[in-house]
Design a protein around this ligand. Structure first.
Ligand code: ADP
Ligand code: ASP
Ligand code: MG
Length: 440
């Protein structure tokens, strides 16, 4: 058995859906479990439909309906197959308009319609090609999460539930990525790009031989090809490397994708739907032989908070008080650097310079908060054995007059993270790619 996950661009048009389905059919003897994202651009449209519905504007709904109808018609499928979902979406949007209220819980319900529609379309097309197929939602398949709407964490109970519900099917399953239920049966989502994670959870649940992530590039590359034109595909990577790259912003994989796969040591293979012959990238427990550096990732919209306090000198428990503030507010911290009298911390952009964070931290010292920074992360299994590398990294950046605001070597010692101003981020990533990867 294998899991085959297809992202938004792989199901973005009737042509792409045909390609995707032919790839699935070519692998039919491997018993594929297909996981799909929403049609390209639909999740963004659903989010804006919910936001604009608050003021009674229903324009985005029209675009969502048209996109689905056009694809269904171009594939010659029953024109009504997603009518129920689209009607339910319309009713939910009208509810938002009526109440002038949009909660995170409702946003999850709204976002769920993208994958609920795409899975039905793809299952119908596979059936029309002679392979009896059914659409399953993430909750039908057994995925259960906590109740943190818009960024839920899957619960380990999911695995047994998936094994129970999804093994020995007599149809080809097409499972919605990204969406699940909490213990109360409310719809939750796994964070943007979460279909990759769904694939990995399903892979563990069914004990798959391989988890395949099909996308629009040739695999995991040494840098986002939209930033570094000379980026190249990595034939293999270790689980550790892929986790770090994904966590620090390589959009190719959802940050938590590797977590479940590691549990059962299932290879994660990243391949290109539009170049299926190419081997892509194989992410495995440990590589046979590798480069010192695998890749450079870039995470934008990073906020840096610095707390300065002379009370820190010789005082124990100061850092734990700082972390308690983030813990209480359920905010996760990425990078930390400390000096004798200060602690600097980075947060994801959407938290920004939040009033409640600043107010709590101000009780501990003088607080400075700066938004619009970026983390550039250099990742590679070889970093830990290469003491000179940090000097090269710092030199490549500072000799081009870019200021490094923070630097940290992760506990795993296979990454070095740098914080720079948002406007310097792309230049810094390219400089590091040229210095550390292109020149090797
Ligand atoms: P999908 O819709 O298939 O999930 P995504 O847009 O989420 O696709 O991810 C694929 C995109 O990730 C690529 O088009 C590429 O621009 C971007 N990307 C960022 N970092 C990397 C990287 N290191 N290697 C490959 N692609 C990357
Ligand atoms: N459709 C969701 C998103 O756009 C999930 C995914 O594509 O993986 O974020
Ligand atoms: Mg993605």
């Amino acid at each position: 058995m294998i899991v085959m996950k297809f992202g938004g661009s792989s199901v973005g048009s009737a042509e792409a859906i045909k390609k995707t389905c032919s790839i699935v059919i070519n692998n039919i003897e491997k018993q594929p479990y297909v996981v799909v994202s929403a049609l390209s651009g639909i999740t963004d449209l659903l989010i804006s439909s919910a936001k604009t519905a608050k003021s009674g504007d229903m324009e985005a709904l029209g675009k969502i309906k048209d996109t689905h109808k056009e694809v269904i018609s171009a594939l010659n499928l029953d024109p009504k197959i997603v009518d129920q979902e689209l009607e339910e979406l319309e009713t939910t949007l009208k509810g938002i308009a009526y109440l002038h209220e949009l909660t995170d819980r409702t946003m999850d319900t709204i976002m769920s319609f993208g994958e609920r529609c795409s899975s039905k379309i793809i299952a119908a097309y596979l059936t029309a090609q002679g392979h009896k197929s059914s659409a399953f939602t993430g909750w039908d398949a057994g995925i259960i999460t906590d109740s943190v709407h818009k960024n839920a964490s899957y619960l380990a109970d999911s695995y047994d539930r998936i094994a129970e519900r999804m093994k020995n099917l007599d149809v080809l399953p097409v499972i919605t990525g990204f969406i699940a239920h909490d213990a109360d049966g409310e719809i939750t989502t796994l964070g943007r790009g979460g279909s990759d994670l769904t694939a990995s959870i399903i892979g563990v649940g069914i004990d798959a031989d391989e988890i395949q992530i099909w996308t629009d590039v040739d695999g995991v590359m040494t840098c986002d090809p939209r930033i570094c034109s000379n980026a190249r595909t990595l034939p293999t990577m270790s689980f550790r490397e892929a986790s770090e790259l994904a966590y620090f912003g390589a959009k190719i994989l959802h940050p938590k994708t590797i977590q479940p796969a590691v549990k059962k040591n299932i290879p994660v293979v990243v391949k290109n739907t539009f170049n299926p012959e190419f081997d892509g990238t194989r992410v495995i427990e440990s590589k046979v032989k590798g480069n010192t550096i695998s890749g450079i990732a870039l995470k934008r919209n990073v906020t840096v908070i610095t707390i300065v306090s002379s009370r820190m000198l010789d005082a124990h428990g100061f850092i734990s008080k700082i972390f308690k503030v983030f813990d209480d507010l359920k905010i996760s911290v990425d990078m930390v650097a400390t000096s004798e009298v200060s602690v600097s911390i980075t947060l994801d952009g959407e938290n920004g310079c939040r009033y409640d964070v600043i107010a709590e931290l101000s009780k501990l010292g003088e607080v400075k908060c700066e938004s619009d920074n970026a983390i550039i992360c250099v990742v590679g299994d070889g970093i830990e054995d290469n003491p000179r590398l940090k000097g090269r990294i710092i030199n490549a950046i500072t000799s081009n007059d870019i200021i490094i605001k923070m630097i940290s070597q992760g506990a795993s010692s296979i990454n070095v993270g740098l914080v720079v101003k948002g406007s310097d981020a792309e230049k810094a990533a390219k400089l590091l790619h040229d210095e550390l990867i292109d020149s090797e």
